[in-house]
Design a protein around this ligand. Structure first.
Ligand code: C5P
Ligand code: MG
Length: 197
């Protein structure tokens, strides 16, 4: 018997909009597995045997989007591992698809194998996002891109490459937008309502 198609919720928003924080909350409260494209890329970068380590490292520092073949394979592998481990087939995928290449690659490789439920979009002004990322860096995130220079580039990428993807999904009525500028608790109250309905 064919297994049921995994359900996917994409989580998008500017760097520092609260994607990771809210995904952790979602996992605590609902039967979802959280996959962060950025975390998977950072783990692959840190893998000494990876042939993509250097490429990923430069892309992250420059705030550029890694070619989708790499990211999509990491996501597919993580989904399969997690389903094999019996963790269920509901996924919140954070930080993906980030540009047209991501979107096309996903549709081609995963579109038919998954069921996209909706896109959760955390809307948050740039100043707040930048402050959060700078604080996160100062608090020891250890990330190579939580600094002023990288953040400027990450925001450029967000505006020019990611925003159009959110608009694309909005046209298909798939976007659920939440005001991400508020406290994590206030934001989660709204998020919970979306996942309970
Ligand atoms: O989502 P997060 O802020 O952790 O992403 C960090 C970096 O990882 C991005 O700025 C980008 O360089 C890389 N990334 C990517 N493709 C994605 C997600 C993240 O290249 N879909
Ligand atoms: Mg994150």
């Amino acid at each position: 018997m064919a297994a049921e198609k995994p359900n996917v919720v994409f989580v998008l928003g500017a760097p520092g909009a609260g994607k990771g924080t809210q995904c952790s909350n979602i996992v605590e409260k609902f039967k979802y597995v959280h996959l962060s494209a950025g975390d998977l890329l950072r783990a692959e970068r840190n893998e000494p045997k990876s042939e993509f380590g250097d490429l990923i490292a430069t892309h992250i520092k420059e705030g550029k989007i890694v070619p989708v073949a790499i990211t999509c394979s990491l996501l597919e592998r993580a989904m399969n591992d997690s389903m094999k481990a019996g963790q269920g087939n509901n996924f919140v995928i954070d930080g993906f698809p980030r540009n047209q290449d991501n979107l096309d690659g996903w549709n081609c490789q995963m579109g038919d194998k998954t069921n996209l439920k909706f896109v959760l979009f955390f809307d948050c002004p740039e100043e707040i996002c930048i402050d959060r990322c700078i604080s996160r860096g100062a608090a020891g995130s250890g990330r190579t891109d939580d600094n002023k220079e990288s953040l400027k580039k990450r925001f450029e990428t967000y505006v020019t490459s990611t925003k159009p993807i959110i608009d694309h999904y909005a046209e298909k009525n798939l976007v659920k937008k939440v005001d991400g500028s508020r406290s994590a608790d206030a934001v989660f109250t709204d998020v919970q309502a979306l996942f309970s309905s």
